[in-house]
Design a protein around this ligand. Structure first.
Ligand code: PRP
Ligand code: URA
Length: 209
């Protein structure tokens, strides 16, 4: 599918299996979310814009490529997206971080926005939106709509587990956005949870259930 990358790296597959296991506790769950975000981020940041910098080697002065945090914004969707932030910052420590707060109504599964703070000059940045779960796609679609309303243009979305329904909704609503998924699962259940999935990502990261 155009604009969708599904990872097939054995390390990512292995770590997602550990994430899914209901016996994986909060501490290991958090570590795994971060590690998978780093592994996926390495590929998602392949076309990261570069600046140049003059440095001096032991041999001579030279102008060389450098990553500029000014050109990048990481935007987790609260709460669960927060778990992926440090994994990406491990790759690009100077990146600016915005936040979008969304929660799904438990009955209708419709997302509601409750917070939005983005780095300045958002229109000039490569924006990486993070959420480990892409279920119906409602939260990702609305978060990206909001970022675009604030001027965001160059947007990528990273999720660790996606349902086919979520990928369809996201690519139809935002065909310009590059989507990265650690795995595509079978389907959604009657409560709009991903099957087999990993349960409620926010609750498992923060130990709230
Ligand atoms: C979860 C998850 C996504 C959303 C995915 O968040 O982190 O944001 O559901 O579902 P969707 O694709 O159907 O919109 P939730 O609403 O449970 O909020 P939380 O992260 O605060 O627990
Ligand atoms: N949100 C989650 O955390 N898990 C799901 O399976 C679906 C939405």
């Amino acid at each position: 599918m155009q604009n969708v990358t599904i990872f097939d790296h054995p390390l990512i597959k292995h770590k997602i299996t550990l994430l899914r296991d209901k016996n994986t506790g909060t501490k290991d769950f958090r570590t795994l979310i971060e590690e998978i975000a780093t592994l996926m981020g390495y590929e998602a940041l392949r076309d990261l814009p570069l600046d140049t910098v003059e440095i001096e080697t032991p041999i001579c002065k030279t102008v060389q490529p450098t990553v500029s945090g000014k050109k990048l914004a990481i935007v987790p969707i609260l709460r669960a997206g927060l778990g992926m932030v440090n994994g990406i910052l491990a790759l690009v420590p100077s990146a600016k971080v915005g936040h979008i707060g969304m929660y799904r109504d438990e009955t209708t599964h419709i997302p509601h926005e409750y917070y939005c703070k983005l780095p300045e000059n958002i229109d000039e940045r490569l924006i990486i939106v993070l959420d480990p779960m892409l279920a119906t796609g409602g939260s990702a679609v609305d978060a990206i709509t909001l970022i675009k309303k604030r001027g965001g243009k160059n947007i990528k979305f990273m999720s660790i587990i996606a349902a086919p329904e979520g990928i369809k909704a996201l690519t139809e609503a935002h065909p310009d956005v590059e989507v990265y998924c650690g795995n595509v699962d079978e389907r959604l259940n009657e409560n709009a949870y991903i099957v087999p999935g990993l349960g409620d990502a926010g609750d498992r990261i923060f130990g709230t259930k």
